[in-house]
Design a protein around this ligand. Structure first.
Ligand code: SF4
Length: 217
């Protein structure tokens, strides 16, 4: 599969925020979100082809038992290779999160007990909301996470309606995250508290620790 970078840092988001994590970033994405903060991973330019064995070799060297498979969009890589990587990571005891945009149906992938989805549902201001495969929301387990990166109040209301429509509150982990520089953490926190939904408000930790444009962190 195409790999853009493999590095160790702290997880900036999700329920693993702050914990040491190995990031396996694939190259290429089928979407073009307005607020994309990984433009260098949108195409395969700058990525290399790696076998699953070679990826595992790099992961083992980083001596951390937590992996985030991210992109770009990891699920546009050959399905069998993605599954093989998940199987090998499970066999070697890694905890794994898979960050996917919600545009690729997740039902075709088999997750192991210490593996979970981070489904980044694209809201209207992303420009890619029409490409979401909403049926994936019915495939989620309690440990899976659904993230809404909110760029304005209309995005937030849309997210709340989707949560209600699919009855997600209390059934999966929910995250509201502000588009960096467009919605303040205070605004988002006030909106979130006002709904009564049991969701996590999340600021991207790595953008606070390092400069927001810094790569490989
Ligand atoms: S899905 Fe992620 S990587 Fe792809 S364009 Fe959107 S924000 Fe960027």
């Amino acid at each position: 599969m195409r790999i853009n970078e493999i590095f160790r840092s702290v997880q900036g988001e999700t329920s693993s925020a702050g914990l040491p994590t190995i990031f396996v970033r694939t190259g290429g994405c089928n979407l073009r979100c307005t607020y994309c903060d990984t433009p260098y991973a949108l195409t395969t330019t700058g990525s290399i082809h790696m076998t699953v064995g070679a990826i595992m070799h790099e992961v083992r060297k980083l001596k951390t038992k937590r992996v985030c498979l991210t992109g770009g969009e990891p699920l546009i890589q050959p399905r069998q290779e993605v599954q093989e990587l998940l199987d090998l990571l499970a066999a070697e005891g890694y905890e794994v999160s898979i960050e996917t945009s919600g545009s690729i149906p997740i039902a075709a992938f088999g997750l192991h007990p210490k593996q979970r989805w981070i489904l980044d549902m694209k809201v209207p201001s992303s420009g890619e909301m029409e490409k979401m495969k909403f049926e994936s929301l019915t495939e989620l387990r309690p440990e899976d996470e659904v993230k809404f990166v909110v760029g304005n109040y209309a995005d937030f209301r849309w997210s709340v309606e989707l949560i209600k429509m699919y009855d997600l509150d209390g059934k999966v982990q929910l995250i509201f995250s502000p588009v960096w520089g467009q919605v303040t953490p205070l605004q988002l926190t006030e909106w979130a508290l006002d709904t009564g939904i049991d969701a996590r408000v999340q600021i991207q930790l790595h953008k606070i620790i390092w400069h927001p444009e810094t790569r490989g962190v």
